[in-house]
Design a protein around this ligand. Sequence first.
Ligand code: EPU
Length: 422
Amino acid sequence: MDKLLIRGGTPLSGEIAISGAKNAALPILCASLLCTEPLRLTNVPQLKDVSTMLRLIEQMGVRVTREGPDSLVLDSRGLDNPLAPYDLVKTMRASILVLGPLLARCAEARVSLPGGCAIGARPVEQHIRGLQAMGAEIQVEHGYIQARAPGGVRRGLQGACMVTDMVTVTGTENLMMAAVLAEGETVIENAAREPEVVDLANCLISMGAQISGAGTDKIRIRGVDSLHGAEHAIMADRIETGTYLCATAVTGGSVRLTHTSAAYLDAVIDKLLDAGCEITTEREAISLRAPPRLKAVSIRTSPYPAFPTDMQAQFMAINCVAEGSAVIRETIFENRFMHAVELIRLGADIRIDASNAMVTGVDRLDGATVMATDLRASASLVIAGLVARGETLIDRIYHLDRGYERIEAKLSQLGAQVTRVR
Ligand code: EPU
């Protein structure tokens, strides 16, 4: 298993390009299942989760042609196996995103039920309830979601009005994809407003779907008979952007991140300004200059446009060495503080009380061997390792490879001393 060895203490400086967003690419790969003409995608990040999703749709009969390092053509004319098996779903929960498209296109689907994961139980009953409202018959048996549209492909799913019990990102995406080929109108209320939902909607619209309201909490979809081929560029990864901003802030450095936008990062940028960073934005770039010492900043995670849970661990890491104390409140996932115990191994002062973490900045962290437990937890350990004295060895970095493209190459480009140990 690969490890990452970091020698801390070098301020990051220079310029790197941000990759396409993992959490936009994954649902958009699934959108290719909805039509029989090719979907051409650019700015697709090369990540483990993306290759897992490609493997999943390929075994369903989708032909994947790579045209360049970040561009793909997906042709799902030959889709004939609407099955998502346990061995792939267990490695990536986002596999649940095939359920809506398969049901819409094939009128049946058999998708392994995702289990719990390191950050919480993460049930999918909202996805199931929404599809049932559209007429799907769903049974959960032997660990699989067995779904079918009773009238078969000719009648398919029926449009419906639904209000989700909580804001769910992949739930909104699954239901939106199911609804684009349903008969009549679907209204999703309490919909997720995340930019990745909007990117998916834009891709579906370019394929001929009729969708309005994406980016608000009420999305209307008028079903159409079929979708057509299209071309779409995946949006920039706002969480990768935020992670490199935090890494620069913690090392006292100065960077310019290109191929990205500040448009979706207001909550994160506000907190970095509160911490004392100077930030300048251009249309497709963000620059950050860090102060000699950061100030601690309290955060509370909530659905977009509030502070994202996917940036919580990175802010915990910067608070570990900031001046003063801060409270971090996680409201989305019930178990997303696994990085705290690893940060404590590096010398951090963190006290956890249920969904609150009290972090008091210390003068310095000391390198140690630590273990990555999930994707964003791993990112927080990298950030801490970059500022810690001496060497930090991060074990189980396959988590990082799921969501950060060429992380050691990008960090090295900014002057960090990072090596992958195989
Ligand atoms: N929830 C339910 N029932 C459901 C659906 C969700 O109880 O049917 C709960 C979840 O357990 C959680 C909350 O609702 O407590 C929100 O979960 P959501 O469904 O929004 O999460 P997700 O769609 O599974 C996506 C991202 C996550 C990100 C969350 C929150 C993708 C592929 N994943 O997950 O990304 O943390 O939204 O913004 O889009 C990551 O990239 O590291 C990551 C975990």
